[in-house]
Write a protein that binds this ligand. Structure first.
Ligand code: ZN
Ligand code: ZN
Length: 177
């Protein structure tokens, strides 16, 4: 494959950084702040005050509950974005995370989630972004050692697995450092 058919969409590292920055959507950050404030309101305004109560205890309880519920909202926001990268049902998984108590839904989600999906720049088919080559058109998505075919970093001079000199490998220019 000649380096003339260079397409920047194949750059895996760049896509990873971009998507990680947008993993927690804006609405869930706002909602988390609202939930946190609502919990404080509940503890300090709505709950009856007794004369002999300890203020520190109430502060601790309100902060703990507020932080716990707010992180639940952020988690839900993360899942809502993450499912889209993995071709999974957003409605189903957000419901699972929301309904199963104490974060069990989230644990189930992280155990069962599919690998992230990407589009092959060569043939535009949906593939897992962990692949080194496209299973449909053999487009090279990541640098590999030509001797042992394991993944290598673009900056490596020798393969860490078999010691093969990577400089002689004819890796497409778009995958070199
Ligand atoms: Zn392909
Ligand atoms: Zn090797």
């Amino acid at each position: 494959m000649s380096s003339s058919n260079f397409k920047p969409a194949g750059s895996k590292a760049q896509g990873q950084v971009d998507s990680d920055l947008q993993m927690v959507p804006y609405w869930s950050i706002v909602l988390a702040a609202v939930v946190f404030c609502a919990v404080q309101y509940m503890f300090f305004v709505l709950m009856p005050h007794r004369h002999n109560e300890v203020l520190a205890f109430r502060l601790l309880m309100s902060f703990t509950w507020g932080a716990a519920l707010a992180s639940y909202v952020l988690l839900l926001g993360y899942v809502s974005v993450d499912v889209k990268r993995r071709n999974m049902s957003a409605k189903l998984w957000m419901l699972v995370v929301l309904v199963l108590p104490g974060g069990i839904g989230a644990v189930v989600y992280f155990l069962l989630r599919q690998p992230t999906q990407t589009v092959c720049p060569g043939c535009h088919s949906q593939i897992a972004s962990s692949y080194n080559f496209c299973p449909q058109c053999r487009y090279q998505l990541a640098p590999v050692c030509t001797e042992c075919h394991r993944s290598v970093r673009p900056t490596d001079v020798y393969c860490t697995q078999c010691g093969h000199g990577l400089v002689e490998d004819h890796t497409p220019a778009r995958l070199r450092a």
